[in-house]
Design a protein around this ligand. Structure first.
Ligand code: ADP
Length: 627
């Protein structure tokens, strides 16, 4: 029998498939099944008008049969089938769609074997697992059936054969196992079952396979030692109608919850489920979930953001990153659109206009859902924010603050007056008439910030303070810089903008002398010593000068201990405090003691700021010497 040669451009692709080292060889099944489904689509369309065909929608199916002895996997459909010309044109050449684009891409990047998985590479992908492929097929309207056979690059044969009924049967003879590859796995019923679930669950026709199962023998049912027997049962492997294709009113929240946990291996329940269906310039359906708790790997490299992308029920990619912005990377879900072909590459996805539009729409949807949760169900929102608030704050800081407008109203900070998380809008609404700034203070936790001397004056004036207890908080507010034209002001670092009574000239002279004395005593430990405008009952506090705050210093030193990042320390003295006054009078009478006072007060300021003492034992000696 004459061997037909593959067209030259197909040959290279075939070589690639045959020698593929690609790890996701499993996609071959998705491709074969998709072809079968397309073929059935075509015939079922004809069946609508051709009564002679005698087929209704219920008759269409795809059958899978694995024969472990013969090492063959057979996929049968009762779709439109192929005649001789079709076989030559469709299976002998790279088809116009996926395979061709794949080949082009491959020529540009011959080493990037990974791109196979991004394509609908079609029929040829079967050569990744099969050494021999036989296609028996009979086309609608034809009396003759044909058998197409190929073992790869050396060409294919076509001959007449006998076949009942219209449709196509594809027999894959598996490659021999090697040390690295086990092709027998594709003959295991559970492996096949899981591949169908993964890639072809929503194919609209039943995918049927005989499953071998085990049961107790009837006659031993009541005995002490029941015996088991194998039996086979036909099973439909795919669920056919995706949950997102069903109208929202027909699906219960329990069903959505179950889908969420099965599909995304989630332990929690979604705090919100978003169902959306859009028809117009782009047509798509989306089912999105906002989780209620942080996945354990969320803040690690392992966590992959993205939505599952389907094209008419067929999975294209499990993590289409382009569909969700980084700041909403916690969103899980799926998008199904008929506007994409199966054959789209990852690079094409990135630039696909439809996809961009979908992504923009979904971002708005998620934002609206969060806003409505914030306004209408504060308890849920606080729970959500506990899990993902940090992500939103990172979102403000990232990309040079590009998304700050979009995200600022979703932020919560703990409030000193309300004793609970509040929004910036709520803060501004409550601001006192004479209050210039939105005040915030940074520290380990709320109790530590409460104890900060710097916040005392603010509290005595009744001003609300936002507490920054997470490392990203301060960066977030710095990036925002202002909200509704009110500037943020750090209680620990900035001038609070609150005027104290004017000092007399005489007072100023004595205080200047004291400040100079303390600075000289402490030397390089501090950058500056100033008379404080913030302190009320505390004698001293430490503030940071320049761009780096103490919290930043702590943060950078924790992520990179040798970063050498150090905030410039400014020691502020409360000139009205008795301890400071005593120190002042000691300068005249006992200068050594006055110096000790300066050291002790500085150490206290460090402790209150949550910074380590440079030398703790020296400090205790010093205190003892004064007792
Ligand atoms: P694509 O599906 O991207 O066009 P394939 O290489 O998968 O490329 O398939 C090539 C062509 O072979 C299909 O377009 C279709 O015309 C034909 N074909 C493949 N499988 C079947 C089948 N089971 N029944 C009928 N035609 C088929």
């Amino acid at each position: 029998m004459a061997k037909h040669q593959f067209k030259s451009e197909s040959k290279r692709l075939l070589d690639l498939m045959i020698n593929s080292i690609y790890t996701h060889k499993e996609i071959f099944l998705r491709e074969i099944i998709s072809n079968a489904s397309d073929a059935i689509d075509k015939l079922s369309f004809i069946a609508l008008t051709d009564d002679k065909l005698g087929m209704t929608r219920e008759d269409f199916k795809i059958n899978i049969h694995a024969d472990k002895d013969a090492r063959t996997l057979t996929i049968t459909d009762n779709g439109i089938g192929m005649d001789k010309d079709d076989l030559e044109n469709n299976l002998g050449t790279i088809a116009s769609s996926g395979s061709y684009k794949f080949k082009q891409e491959m020529e540009q990047k011959p080493d990037d074997i990974d791109i196979i998985g991004q394509f609908g590479v079609g029929f040829y992908s079967a050569f990744m697992v099969a050494k021999n492929i036989t296609v028996n097929t009979k086309k609608y309207g034809s009396d003759t059936a044909y058998c197409w056979q190929s073992s790869g690059a050396d060409g294919f044969t076509i001959e007449e054969t006998q076949k009942d009924g219209i449709g196509t049967e594809i027999i894959l003879e598996m490659k021999d196992n090697t040390d690295d590859e086990n092709y027998d796995e594709f003959l295991e019923q559970y492996r096949i079952q899981s591949l169908i679930k993964k890639y072809s669950d929503y194919i609209r026709y039943p995918i049927i396979m005989d499953m071998t199962k085990s049961r107790v023998k009837e006659e031993t049912k009541d005995s002490e030692k029941p015996e088991y027997e194998d039996y086979t049962e036909e099973e439909t492997l795919n669920s056919m109608i995706p949950i997102w294709q069903r109208p929202k009113k027909d699906v219960t929240q329990e069903e959505y919850d179950r889908f969420y946990s099965e599909k995304f291996f989630a332990m929690d329940k979604p705090i919100r489920t978003i169902v959306t269906s859009v028809e117009g310039v782009v047509t798509y359906k989306a089912l999105l979930f906002i989780p209620s708790s942080t996945p354990y790997d969320y803040y690690t490299k392992e966590y992959k953001k993205g939505l599952q992308l389907y094209s008419s029920g067929v999975l294209i990619t499990e993590n289409c990153e382009e569909l969700v912005p980084e700041h909403f990377r916690f969103v899980k879900g799926i998008v199904d659109t008929a506007d994409l072909s199966l054959n789209i590459s990852r690079e094409m996805l990135q630039h696909d206009r439809h996809l961009l539009t979908i992504a923009q729409n979904l971002e708005k949807k998620v934002k609206n859902e969060l806003t409505s949760m914030l306004n209408n169900d504060r308890e849920d929102y606080e729970k959500f924010f506990k899990a993902f608030g940090r992500q939103l704050k990172y979102g403000v800081v990232s990309d040079y603050g590009m998304h700050k407008e979009a995200l600022q109203d979703l932020l919560l900070f703990y409030s000193s007056t309300e004793k609970k998380p509040v929004t910036l809008a709520e803060y501004v609404e409550r601001m006192k008439e004479d209050q210039k700034f939105i005040y915030f203070a940074t520290g380990e936790n709320a109790a530590a910030i409460d104890a900060l001397p710097q916040t005392e004056l603010l509290r005595s004036k009744g001003y609300e303070i936002l507490y920054c207890t997470e490392d990203v908080d301060e960066f977030t507010l710095q990036t925002l810089s202002s909200y509704k034209e009110k500037t943020f002001c750090s209680a620990t670092n900035d001038d609070l903008g609150i005027e104290n009574e004017e000092e007399t000239e005489e007072n100023k002279q004595t205080s200047d002398a004291l400040l100079t004395f303390v600075k000289e005593t402490l030397g390089d430990k501090v950058a500056e010593v100033t008379a404080s405008k913030k302190l009320v009952s505390h004698p001293v506090c430490l503030t940071a000068k320049g761009g780096i705050s103490f919290e930043m210093e702590k943060y950078f030193n924790s992520v990179q201990p040798d970063s050498g990042m150090k905030a410039q320390r400014v020691l502020e003295l409360n000139m009205n405090h008795s301890a400071v006054k005593t120190m002042q009078s000691l300068i005249e009478t006992d200068i050594d003691k006055a110096k000790k006072y300066a050291e002790v007060l500085y150490a206290q300021a460090l402790l209150i700021a949550g910074l380590p003492l440079e030398n703790p034992s020296e400090y205790t000696d010093l205190v003892c010497s004064l007792i």
